[in-house]
Ligand binder design. Sequence first.
Ligand code: SF4
Length: 268
Amino acid sequence: MTGSKHQREKILPEQPARQPEKIFLTPAEALAAIGIDFAQYAPQIELFCNLVPLVFGNQALVTSGATRDELWLRIGARGSPERLDGRQLGERLVARLQEAPLPLERLAAICYQVFRGRTVTGETDGTPGLWVETGMEDFVCQRCGRCCSTLDFKNGGTAADWERFEALGRKDILDWIAPIRHDGRVVACRLWVDPLTGRFADGCPWLVKDAPGRFGCRIHEIRPEICRQYPGSRKHAEMTGCIGFCHRQRKGISQQEATSDPRKVFHG
Ligand code: SF4
């Protein structure tokens, strides 16, 4: 006699808790990462407003103006209010962080909010810095193909990508890459350029549809670095439409099917 679903679930061994994935950032790297974060997404007004007292001090105040993107920043109790839009407020925050470095604990509190991951001070090889949790231990690629078909990877090819494809003799892949040379050396690459027209292709030429809503990559094992690195964190995924953290809510697709190594089963 087979047990009920409830009974079967009860005798399954518990999954060991996954260790949080984290990265180490020196203070300079943390500041650079904050600048990149602010620049790559639309202005994160709520985040910026929360950061104002952490960056400028408790006397600083930001209030909203008459229009949706109008903000007024006042630094210091007697400072004059300054009119900014969301992007300008982000730039002011980054500029202040760069000109007046904060104690590491304060920087950790800022990174916690910016990167949406637990952040603690620490060190590696005697270098002080921050450990930032990325949340990636919970990522499971759903092979929806959104990243491959909607994100802009055009200028993301590296010299290492070019060299790898050359070493492998993959002329078929090299044909779709426009190398950028400096002093005769390839320093970066444009992806993917149609060899017939010389123009960027409409989409990734290596993406294949496997089933309704399921995609694979024909060069998965040797794909460009920028594809390997996506998404870099849970926030990166959430901000760019990746559904790799929704697997617990989804029905009809098992964890095994939705391999944690995206598009793994499809390679050329
Ligand atoms: S990485 Fe994210 S967006 Fe890309 S295929 Fe996987 S689940 Fe979809």
